[in-house]
Write a protein that binds this ligand. Structure first.
Ligand SMILES: [Zn+2]
Length: 386
């Protein structure tokens, strides 16, 4: 069955949410965060008739969860989208919500307030149609995806479901994989001495150079490995270097902040062991080479089987609405879907068409947001049962 989307409600909701600044204060200090947008969404969910909970995964950061209770005996579906946006620097119209040529403009319009409006309009359409779902529909509007994902991390502890759709803009591709990443801190240790005392000083910066040369080889080797068919090969980059204190002093410390992108199937242990092997080799070649490695953040890769029911169902419904079979693909970056998947919820990403994420001009295609709402409603009705 098909429920009908109230396009006026959807468009107005999207304009309203875009006009609320919800830029992430962990990225842009003193920006407002999720509070006002969360209150707006919670209020709408209550009006539609859902049970609503606002939680604070960290001080002054807000998640909103709305549950449309099923009658029992069906499977539950979670829809997930982030409320926060990146900053608005260099944007001519960050909060206009202006519509021109079928595109709605403003920060977060594509990433991902259009999707939030689709989730709300899909839910309203189901309620207004009088359909009684068997399983629960759980709408999660989360904080902080653009920084450390504290919002979805908290949701994954408190709620579960039989499947989830993270509605990041995917141009209607069904996203079934993406790479993870690991942040490393590598410190090469030298010995400080006056610049004249070559017999006493141990130059941490020059030893870091040896490490960088080895990392350059590893980087080329990683990208020559057989790539994941959708997500591509693993990679690394030497993101930030700091070493030394004064021009006439041997550098006692040289620090590298390294990011390693992991392909689906790779583990943290493997990636760390490859780096440790380089350090061990350099230490064996020269006993004055000393380095310590530590991990500062791990975000695991994500992959769901194309045979999973939520993948198959989403493909069927998207095909029915758009008239072509959607592509299965990988997201370039890491997403909150991995946290839900790791919590045992079969997860995919599926979202609308837009451009200019994190850029000076951002827009979402309005028709695609309407299509997404109809698609989400139909997936929900079929997955949760009636
Ligand atoms: Zn996003």
């Amino acid at each position: 069955m098909t429920v009908s989307i109230n396009e006026g409600f959807l468009t107005q909701t999207l304009v309203d949410i875009v006009q609320i600044d919800s830029s992430n204060p962990s990225l842009t200090p003193n920006s407002p965060g999720e509070r006002e947008a969360a209150e707006y969404i919670a209020n709408l969910l209550e009006k539609i008739g859902l049970e609503v909970e606002i939680t604070e995964p960290a001080a002054d950061r807000f998640n909103v969860v709305g549950v449309l209770k099923g009658s029992g005996g069906g499977r539950s579906l979670m829809l997930n989208g982030h409320i926060d946006t990146v900053g608005v620097e260099d944007m001519a119209e960050p909060f206009s919500g202006a519509i021109r040529d079928g595109k709605l403009y403003g920060r977060g319009s594509a990433d991902m307030k259009g999707s939030l409006a689709s989730m709300l309009a899909a839910t309203k359409a189901i309620v207004d149609s009088g359909v009684q779902l068997k399983g629960d529909l759980i709408l999660t509007f989360v904080a902080d995806e653009e920084y450390a994902s504290i919002g979805t991390a908290d949701i994954a502890k408190r709620y579960t479901a039989d499947a989830a759709i993270v509605t990041e803009p995917s141009h209607f591709d069904i996203i079934i994989a993406h790479r993870g990443f690991i942040w490393y801190d590598i410190e090469v240790l030298g010995r400080a001495a006056h610049g004249s005392q070559f017999d006493l000083g141990i130059d941490a910066n020059l030893r870091m150079g040896r490490l960088l040369a080895e990392l350059d080889k590893l980087e080329q080797e990683l990208r020559a490995r057989p790539p994941h068919p959708l997500a591509g090969p693993p990679s690394l980059h030497a993101a930030i270097l700091n070493g030394g204190t004064e021009i006439s002093t041997y550098a006692a410390h040289s620090r590298l902040q390294l990011e390693r992108r992991t392909a689906p199937g790779e583990t943290e242990e493997q990636a760390t062991a490859e780096l440790q092997a380089i350090i061990d080799k350099l230490s064996a070649e020269d006993e004055s080479f000393k380095a310590q490695i530590s991990t500062t953040l791990v975000r695991h890769p994500f992959e769901i089987s194309p045979d999973a029911e939520i993948v198959q169902l989403a493909e069927k419904i998207v095909t029915g609405h758009l008239g072509f079979k959607p592509k299965r693909s990988a997201m370039a970056g890491w997403t909150d879907a991995q946290l839900l998947d790791a919590a045992g919820i079969d997860s995919i990403l599926l979202g609308p068409i837009g451009e200019g994420f994190h850029a000076a001009e951002e827009w979402v295609d309005l028709q695609s947001v309407i299509d997404l709402a109809a698609i989400l409603a139909d997936i929900t009705v079929e997955f949760c049962g009636t």
